[in-house]
Design a protein around this ligand. Structure first.
Ligand code: UDP
Ligand code: MG
Length: 332
């Protein structure tokens, strides 16, 4: 839990920027980041994560890092994807507050100042919420909307709509995030799951400053599937419901066919027995699949290895004497 009376002028900020083939936008980005660093009221490190760029990005970043002492580079060995790139950056961050933002200036760096203001009010997680999205196709807007609509109904955590990964997290929230060992990392879902005091800062999302989107449709689809699978067991439960429903219908139909066979003599010989056997077996089949699904769901929760709960604050325990919970996580 952050101490609200922390001497904030001594605070350090970590800015994390994932970069994948962004040579066109980098000069502009560096300019805006320099400006932001100058405006922030504490020492600031800028961590640029090169997610396996194949263009000139790496060279431009190295140049920048050499000339600006507060810029750092983490170069991944290949393209691991945006979610992993920002995770790599967050693991390297040392600041009291860490801010993740896109490289293409769609997340205006100045908004970070408003995120910081909310942080100083005592919020551990401050996400930037898009009021509008310029320069994005109707298709992207519609699919994004559909995704959040589905997530709201299925997911067990609150994932606010129109929130990407442009977000400030306090040290406490960041350590909690890093303590979650799951490998499929749907970052915005994980921050939603962990609780703490969260708030939003609205902003207008600009169009990409230069270059093209690095999130083609299939990558978005994979991100969405990751979100649903990681934060909902609905697809598994669906198998049980559908299985029960269909097997019930199959049994009823089987009974109907049986009765038909008893009262009518003009049926094709063997038809009734085949239909009864097939519907009965397929019903059992689906039902069993659903039951297996429930167990797989349990295994799925187990293997994610998330802490059962997170303790934000403990009061009244002797210093350093409070027992470590076996299933929970106390941060720090
Ligand atoms: N990005 C990345 N690895 C990837 C894809 C994207 O690090 O595999 C970075 C990209 O350089 C940018 C941010 O993630 O800084 C968001 O990507 P983009 O702007 O292309 O996504 P969009 O805004 O179109 O959803
Ligand atoms: Mg973008």
């Amino acid at each position: 839990m952050s101490d609200v009376s922390l001497p904030f002028d001594a605070a350090t900020y970590s800015l994390i920027v994932p970069i994948y083939n962004e040579e066109a936008v980098l000069p502009l980005l560096f300019e805006r980041l320099d400006q932001l660093v100058a405006e922030l009221d504490g020492t600031t490190e800028v961590i640029l994560v090169d997610d396996g760029s194949r263009d000139n990005s790496a060279r431009l970043i190295v140049e920048k890092v050499k000339s600006s002492p507060n810029f750092r580079l983490i170069a991944l060995s290949r393209n691991f994807g945006h979610q992993i790139a920002i995770t790599a950056g967050m693991e390297a961050a040392v600041g009291q507050a860490t801010i993740v933002m896109d490289a293409d200036l769609q997340d205006p760096p100045e908004v970070a100042l408003q995120l910081v203001a909310k942080w100083k009010e005592g919020y551990e997680i401050v996400y930037a919420q898009r009021l509008s999205r310029d320069g994005e196709t109707a298709f992207k807007l519609a699919t994004a909307h559909l995704f959040y609509w589905v997530m709201r109904r299925l997911a067990t955590v609150d994932i606010p709509e129109n929130v990407g990964d442009f977000r400030l997290v306090d040290r406490v929230a960041l350590d909690t995030f890093l303590a979650m060992p799951e490998r499929d990392r749907f970052v915005r879902g994980m921050f939603g799951w962990m609780g703490f005091r969260q708030t939003a800062v609205p902003f207008h999302r600009a169009a990409r400053a230069a270059g093209e989107t690095k999130y083609p449709f299939w990558k978005m689809l994979r991100l969405a599937a990751n979100g649903v699978v990681g934060f909902s067991d609905f697809p598994l439960r669906l198998a049980l419901w559908l299985g029960s429903l269909i097997s019930l219908a199959a049994v009823l139909y089987g009974i109907y066919v049986l009765v038909l066979a008893l009262i009518r003599s003009d049926l094709v010989a063997g038809w009734a027995s085949i239909v009864v056997v097939v519907s009965f077996l397929s019903g059992i089949n689906l039902l069993m699949l659903g039951i297996v699904g429930i167990y797989v769901g349990r295994i799925h929760t187990e293997v994610k290895r998330r802490p059962l709960y997170i303790v934000g604050r403990r009061i009244g325990f002797a210093q350093g004497n409070a027992p470590e919970p076996a299933h929970g996580k106390v941060i720090p």
